[in-house]
Unconditional design. Structure first.
Length: 92
């Protein structure tokens, strides 16, 4: 058994933005509207970035991923960033 936390998210894509960092590496920020607000995902995986490029605002999507534990206790108060391992368009 792995000590990972699994998450899943279902909602409506409300915003998508492509960003780059100083090294030139890029990622997508996907904002998903859920019942009580917005959730932001960071898409680093190249295959999922191609999926992210095709998504349209207002589409219902489902995303899943794992949250890996921090390596040291001193890091446990740092935030976790949701990085999906799958993104699919939900049936309407």
């Amino acid at each position: 058994m792995e000590n990972n936390c699994e998450w899943s998210l279902s909602g409506t894509l409300s915003q998508s933005t492509y960003k780059t960092v100083g090294s030139g590496r890029g990622f997508w920020l996907l904002y998903v509207r859920v019942d009580k607000g917005e959730i932001c995902m960071y898409v680093h995986d190249p295959e999922l970035q191609r999926v992210s490029e095709t998504l349209e605002l207002g589409q219902k999507i489902v995303a899943r991923g794992s949250i890996l534990p921090h390596a040291r206790v001193s890091q446990t108060e740092r935030p976790y960033f949701l990085s999906p391992s799958s993104i699919t368009v939900a049936a309407a």
